[in-house]
Design a protein around this ligand. Structure first.
Ligand code: HEM
Length: 277
């Protein structure tokens, strides 16, 4: 490109006096002023940005999951499908992001790990909100937010709402009626695997053509959980690679805690039916 090329000659806006610019619209001053490394360690900036970008993608995932839950209805699931697909793509994006963080070696991380104090992703209220929306509910996980009444309320409100899976089961129940213990369960608890739900989903999978929308819904949910599981796996593998079996800054056993979380099943009946098809 010629040095003398001036895009304004073909209409590029060059003056933003009193007009909204790109940076204004995106709040870039705030966004780019939110990275404050505490140490002089070179890699701390990577660590901060990796977490912040993850939180931004989580923000979008919550936006999509909340809307999918609100719009999911038995008679037209297509708008919800589109949103659920987007959430899976967000997790795929987050999964790729570990490749950047993995360039940080244990030697690099130890140069600033102590400056983190007790802060840890364990206290990510957005992550917890995503888990609660999906149905992995545990009231104990609200406690780290006791010092922030606004976040406590956000998570408590979530525990009082139906999960995405509850809403999916309500849609399933329109074709294959499900028992009251499934449809009117205590939303503060995690979903308990249920025989009637398993049988209803199995009937969908035995005859996809007759129940195409429910079949597609089931696969969207499995897709989502598949990507989410990969995120958990990538996280624990990265953690082991970087801190081995040290305790977490958040106080858990570290890798042992994260491995335990790999056993979580969000939509158990959808995974288990495959064995018997
Ligand atoms: C070198 C990088 C990282 C290390 C060593 C690490 C370590 C840990 C450890 C040990 C835990 C268990 C809780 C504790 O005791 O602290 C944890 C939890 C968690 N971390 Fe990370 N982490 C890293 C990067 C990330 C990134 C980039 C994110 C993205 C937001 C993240 C999000 C989370 C979340 C959400 C939890 C809670 C998981 C759950 O409760 O199931 N971590 N992390």
């Amino acid at each position: 490109m010629s040095e003398r090329y001036d895009p304004s000659t073909e209409g590029a806006q060059m003056s933003f006096d009193g007009r909204m610019s790109y940076g204004d619209y995106l709040g870039l001053s705030t966004l780019l002023d939110a990275q404050h490394p505490i140490s002089d360690a070179h890699d701390e900036m990577l660590f901060i940005i990796q977490h912040q970008t993850s939180e931004l993608w989580m923000r979008l995932a919550i936006h999509e999951l909340g809307a999918a839950r609100a719009t999911l209805r038995g008679d037209d699931m297509r708008p919800a499908f589109k949103m659920l697909t987007r959430v899976s793509r967000i997790f795929e994006q987050l999964n790729s992001a570990w490749d950047v963080l993995r360039t940080m070696t244990p030697s690099d991380y130890t140069t600033f790990r102590d400056t983190l104090g007790q802060s840890s992703g364990f206290q990510s209220h957005q992550y917890r909100q995503i888990e609660f929306i999906l149905g992995n509910r545990n009231k104990a996980m609200v406690r780290p937010h006791a010092h922030r009444p606004d976040l406590m309320k956000l998570l408590d409100d979530e525990l009082a709402r139906k999960s995405l899976y509850d809403v999916a089961l309500a849609a399933l129940s329109e074709t294959f009626p499900l028992p009251p213990e499934v449809l009117t369960r205590d939303t503060a608890l995690p979903h308990a695997e249920n025989e009637a739900v398993a049988e209803a989903w199995a009937r969908v999978y035995r005859d996809p053509a007759a129940h195409w929308a429910l079949y597609e819904l089931a696969e969207k949910l499995v897709d989502l959980e598949d990507y989410f599981r990969r995120w958990r796996f990538n996280h624990v593998t990265t953690v082991e690679r970087v801190i081995g079996f040290k305790r977490g800054t958040g106080g858990t056993g570290g890798v042992s805690y994260l491995k335990r979380m790999l056993d979580v099943e969000l939509f158990p009946e959808l995974w288990h039916l495959r064995t018997n098809l």
